[in-house]
Ligand binder design. Structure first.
Ligand code: SAH
Length: 250
């Protein structure tokens, strides 16, 4: 095996200020960058660096491509937004590794963390994830819808604050409306919710509303939705509300 390697790197939620020095360093050493088109677009082109943007939903092809290049001696950075281990490329690369040629297991593979959307969104709003919480991906591309509803119901029963990734797309306009109905049935109307869109970019928009005022249109594919636990509260201020969950539970 030659000196190729793979770094699976998180680019953070959008702002350059939230890309870690470790990820920048890997970019400087890379010969190839692989990822979904809008994420590869965030990488500055330079001589000696080949960019390989690809379309959505081809994660396994992308992972196989990365492993093949690294096995041929290239230094490959696979990029994800946020953190690469959260609903992103790191698991896809390991799925490809597990079912690929044994020689791939000798490659050096590093996962370089990034600031995931739920933490960036939560920081902008206050500290809604200050006590126990969980994260649920609302896309049913890779799991049945029934499982999503079951997990949401059980998470509310366990009284977690819940961070929803991929809340709503054009192809799945109905799902998020169904989740809001489900939440209304079990949380009561006053449960605080955060809709945080395009956090840390020039399109950033935050809304904190009670569940009764939440509408499906408040979310799209660039939105992080956080629903509070029964203890999550709002501190009203002239500068805007602070949403937080105290650290202790009775
Ligand atoms: N690996 C990524 C998540 C990929 S799933 C991470 O760790 O953040 C994509 C979903 O993440 C989007 O549908 C949206 O729910 C959320 N997301 C990503 N970037 C965001 C941002 N800047 N602001 C709000 N939500 C974001």
């Amino acid at each position: 095996m030659r000196d190729g390697w793979i770094a699976i790197a998180g680019l953070g939620p959008g702002s350059d200020a939230m890309v870690t020095p470790q990820v920048r360093d890997a970019m400087r050493q890379a010969t190839d960058v692989i990822g979904y088109i809008p994420y590869v677009a965030r990488v500055a082109p330079r001589e000696g660096l080949t960019l390989h943007p690809s379309d959505n939903r081809v994660e396994i092809d992308r992972a196989v491509h990365a492993l093949t290049l690294a096995a041929a001696g290239r230094r490959v950075v696979v990029v994800s937004s946020g953190d690469p281990g959260v609903f992103a490329m790191a698991a896809a690369v390991f799925e490809a590794l597990e079912s690929g040629p044994p020689a791939w297991r000798d490659l050096r593979i590093d996962v370089l963390p990034g600031i995931t959307a739920m933490l960036a969104a939560s920081a902008r709003a206050g500290a809604p994830l200050g006590h126990d919480f969980c994260a649920i991906n609302l896309s049913d591309n890779l799991k049945p819808w029934g499982l999503i509803e079951r997990r949401v119901r059980l998470a509310v029963e366990a009284d977690f604050a819940i961070a929803f990734y991929n809340p709503r797309s054009k192809a799945r306009a109905e799902g998020f409306a169904a989740i809001l109905r489900l939440l209304r049935g079990i949380c009561g109307d006053e449960r605080p919710m955060l809709f945080a869109r395009a956090v840390s970019t020039s399109d950033e928009h935050l809304q904190v509303v009670p569940l009764s005022q939440a509408t499906p249109e408040m979310a799209d594919m660039r939105t992080m939705v956080i629903v509070g636990s029964s203890a999550t509260r709002i501190i009203e201020r002239a500068a805007g509300p602070i949403l937080y969950t105290p650290r202790s539970a009775a």
